[in-house]
Design a binder for this molecule. Structure first.
Ligand SMILES: C[S@@+](CC[C@H](N)C(=O)[O-])C[C@H]1O[C@@H](n2cnc3c(N)ncnc32)[C@H](O)[C@@H]1O
Length: 213
């Protein structure tokens, strides 16, 4: 049986125009800039293997694939059947042979081969237990593996914080956002080296963690 979050994202998977609109709001009209920053933060090298948690329709596949090149591998994972189907369509339409899609929950990570990098864009904050997700993530990383997160938080500082009573309920209802989740604290606890950059009153974060300290 599917959860509320899965059903919600199944709906979003059929409404790409609405997705674009919401990202326009969430990224203050600078979606491309923040998406580039998120992928850059992972510092991928040609030939590496990267796993994307909550890949949605595959919006980041092109940028990840560009970094790892034809010798590398991109695996996208999503628990929404609709999103996984859209992601597979993206891969099929583009004819990418080194991009694969897994329909699964990020908390269980049914992948066996190790990854050099794990990426999560706008997805961890929709997961109820990021600590469990980072635990699972560590187990699929190579010894010097790293993780990068691009995500949204409630505004952290004034004057932006006065907007929280408006935007928090809106995004909670529409995206299954677990706004009380502290993704950056979970990252800090799970990785010996972690760094966080915040933008727009701390509402957008680009964070990285490394296993090798
Ligand atoms: C807001 S979308 C982001 C999609 C994409 N990463 C992007 O950058 O546009 C969040 C995605 O995370 C997925 N997701 C949420 N919780 C998940 C979980 N526990 N396991 C796997 N995927 C999950 C949703 O199905 C959805 O596709």
């Amino acid at each position: 049986m599917s959860t509320r979050g899965q059903r919600l994202y199944d709906w979003w998977s059929g409404h790409s125009g609405a997705q674009r609109f919401l990202y326009g709001l969430a990224f203050f009209g600078r979606e491309g800039t923040f998406r580039r920053r998120g992928v850059e933060a992972l510092a991928l090298e040609p030939g590496e293997r990267v796993l994307e948690l909550g890949c949605g329709p595959g919006t980041n596949f092109d940028a990840l694939r560009e970094r790892v090149g034809p010798e590398g591998t991109v695996v996208g994972l999503d628990y929404s059947a609709g999103m996984a189907a859209s992601a597979r369509e993206t891969v099929r339409d583009a004819g990418w042979e080194n991009v694969h899609v897994v329909h699964a929950d990020a908390a269980t990570l049914p992948v066996s081969e190790p990854f050099d990098g794990v990426y999560a864009a706008m997805s961890l904050s929709a997961m109820p237990d990021p600590v469990a997700v980072f635990d699972a993530t560590r187990s699929v990383l190579v010894p010097d593996g790293r993780v990068a997160v691009l995500d949204a938080r409630p505004f952290q500082s004034l004057p932006w914080r006065v907007l929280n009573p408006l935007i928090v309920p809106l995004f909670r209802a529409s995206t299954n956002w677990v706004s009380e989740t502290d993704v950056t604290a979970a990252l800090d606890a799970a990785f010996p080296t972690a760094s966080v950059d915040g933008y727009y009153g701390g509402s957008i974060v680009v964070a990285t963690g490394r296993l090798d300290g």
